[in-house]
Design a protein around this ligand. Structure first.
Ligand code: WT7
Length: 567
């Protein structure tokens, strides 16, 4: 039996109090996600239950029970306190998917500080922009990532501590660096958890927009109320489940469902900190008897590409429930998963900003391959006319997704950017910036984003950020960055570049520029293709028209070019 039941019944009787009651939380009480994910589960009698089974790149393993989770997060919390870190200070997590990332996240929340997870493959520029915006006080990292921080440290007077979790004792520490080895640190048994409340800030996740700097999405401790229940109902987490969320906690799926949703439900979760290969993933599922699997369309398409034979080499009969997020899940992928795993991947739609799934398929619902499903109970989601921002009266029309604000895990603002935050609300609706239609049975069908942001393998990349990085290269005069179609990643980054006098296009320069962007930003933002051109299409006022380049890449009609510059 799933926890969900009938959609109509759930919608009719819905109240977020269902979640609050299960959590034993009453409005006005203190609420601390760190406590709910660790101490509370121990108090429920599950102290010795495995919470985290971690497998590293060489197959090495580390295991933590809920009691270990409680002790290690206390230990990290008290270490941070000893450095003078207080509630609401921003503490960045800049690590691979090692245990310290998960445990550190919980430790930061326990002292009421704000966890700022950043993807460990970020280059120094991506890192700097986000640390500067948040005025981050401390960063927890691994020695292999420390050089990227050292490179920009002089520009960051606000950053007081660089905490290295795997420092070689024989090597000297550099400016502001401090070593902290969790395995060796004496465990802290009793700990004063900071009394955070519903509206106390918890997590700051950065997301990319089309123009300007990345936006810091501020979440609060009340987000737990949404994350706990959506994880339980949509991912259908049961007490005996072995859960695997493939997302990296540098991004919101990895925190909302890779930490908070999972641990607050008291399940056992596995983490694989190794590169992707179909064999390795199936081996991991077989070995740990994974029953609930939350992944992403790009990974599923990569598995599809690896073929059906490799699936047959493993015993995957433990799999009970599969779900996906991050980008459009095409119907072929759903049908394929039904064929090879005997279960469809359930598509779930949400954003960094929404903090939890908002439109989704449910365990007991009829699945229409290619559809994102329906609004989560208690969340009023619709599609509005892009001109009037009024919901369409008939079904089938394409418009903008719109959601009635007010669920517990909705972002509270963009950090230092209230103006952009306010712009996300029109006519009483929160507008995520995606286009969709709704069919006559109320199912949402995703159409595309309403801006130029590139969604590559489920990761958002701002063309603006890539263009800015390109312009810093000595050979680049101008650039325009657009998405290019790709079977596995759906979209990849493509750059059109004009060169400065004295530079000529070559394969060597091409690679050099790609590498330049990879190092500055990240492998995700690195253009997969650079096309050197003589000129870029521009409006009469000189603005580069990405739209035209995009249409060409996708073989679409170019549309209105009346503002195009004449030669
Ligand atoms: C954007 C949000 C939420 C976790 C990961 C992404 C796209 C997300 C779907 C889906 C089609 C989707 C949207 C959305 N997106 N889920 N099921 N089908 N598109 O979080 O980085 O904030 O990106 O990802 O465009 O707005 P994010």
């Amino acid at each position: 039996m799933s926890h969900f039941g009938s959609y109509d019944e759930r919608v009719k009787n819905f109240d977020w109090k269902i979640s609050e009651n299960e959590l034993g939380y009453k409005e006005g009480d203190p609420i601390n996600i760190g406590w709910y994910c660790t101490d509370r589960i121990c108090e429920m009698g599950k102290a010795d239950k495995p919470a985290l089974i971690w497998e590293g790149p060489t197959g090495n393993e580390k295991r933590y029970t809920y009691n270990d989770l409680r002790l290690t997060s206390n230990t990290i919390g008290s270490f941070l306190r000893s450095l003078g870190i207080k509630n609401e200070d921003r503490v960045c997590l800049f690590m691979d998917k090692i245990p310290e990332l998960y445990l550190g996240f919980l430790g930061i929340l326990k002292i009421g500080a704000i966890a700022q997870p950043l993807f460990s493959a970020f280059g120094d520029e991506s890192l700097f922009i986000r640390l500067e915006n948040a005025q981050t006080k401390a960063i927890i990292t691994q020695k292999k990532h420390a050089p990227k921080i050292r490179k920009i440290i002089d520009k960051m007077p606000w950053l007081e501590h660089i905490i290295i979790v795997d420092q070689d004792p024989a090597k000297p520490l550099q400016e502001r660096e401090v070593s902290f080895n969790l395995d060796e640190a004496p465990k802290v048994e009793t700990f004063d958890i900071f009394p955070t409340y519903a509206e106390s800030p918890s997590v700051l996740h950065y997301t990319s927009g089309t123009t300007g700097q990345p936006k810091g999405v501020k979440h609060v401790h009340a987000s737990l109320i949404s994350q706990y229940l959506t994880a339980k109902w949509v991912l259908d987490l049961h007490d005996d489940d072995i859960y695997w969320c493939t997302a990296d906690p540098g991004w919101v799926t990895g925190t909302s469902y890779g930490i908070i949703g999972a641990f607050s439900n008291g399940v056992t979760q596995c983490i694989l900190d190794a590169g992707f290969s179909a064999d390795n993933w199936y081996r991991f599922i077989e070995k740990h008897k994974v029953s609930v699997w939350y992944s992403a369309p790009t990974a599923i398409r990569s598995l599809m590409k690896a073929g059906d034979d490799v699936v047959k080499r493993y015993n995957l009969s433990s799999l009970r429930h599969l779900a996906s997020v991050g980008e459009p899940l095409n119907s072929e992928a759903v049908i394929w998963s039904e064929k090879v795993f005997g279960k469809p991947f359930l598509d779930t739609y949400w954003q960094t900003e929404t903090g939890c799934m908002v439109i989704t398929n449910f365990p007991d619902m009829k699945i229409k391959p290619g559809s994102m499903g329906k609004g989560f109970p208690g969340i009023i989601a619709t599609v509005v006319d892009p001109e009037t921002y009024e919901p369409f009266e008939e079904s089938g029309k394409m418009g903008l997704i719109a959601i009635k604000p007010g669920w517990p895990s909705m972002m509270r603002t963009y950090w230092n950017n209230e103006e952009t935050y306010q712009k996300k609300f029109v006519n009483g609706w929160y507008i995520p910036g995606d286009r969709s239609s709704i069919d006559n049975e109320g199912y949402f069908w995703f159409v595309g984003r309403d801006d130029d942001v590139i969604n590559t393998g489920g990761h958002l990349v701002s063309p603006f950020e890539v263009e800015s990085a390109l312009l810093e290269h000595e050979a680049v005069a101008e650039s325009a960055v657009v998405a290019k179609p790709d079977f596995v990643n759906m979209e990849v980054v493509k750059a059109f570049v004009t060169l400065k006098p004295g530079f000529t296009a070559s394969k060597e320069l091409d690679l050099q520029i790609m590498n330049f962007v990879r190092k500055k930003l990240s492998p995700l933002a690195m253009p997969q293709e650079i096309e050197f051109v003589e000129t870029l299409p521009k409006t009469r006022s000189g603005k580069i028209m990405r739209r035209i380049l995009h249409a060409k890449e996708w073989g679409e009609e170019i549309g209105d070019t009346s503002t195009l510059e004449e030669d």
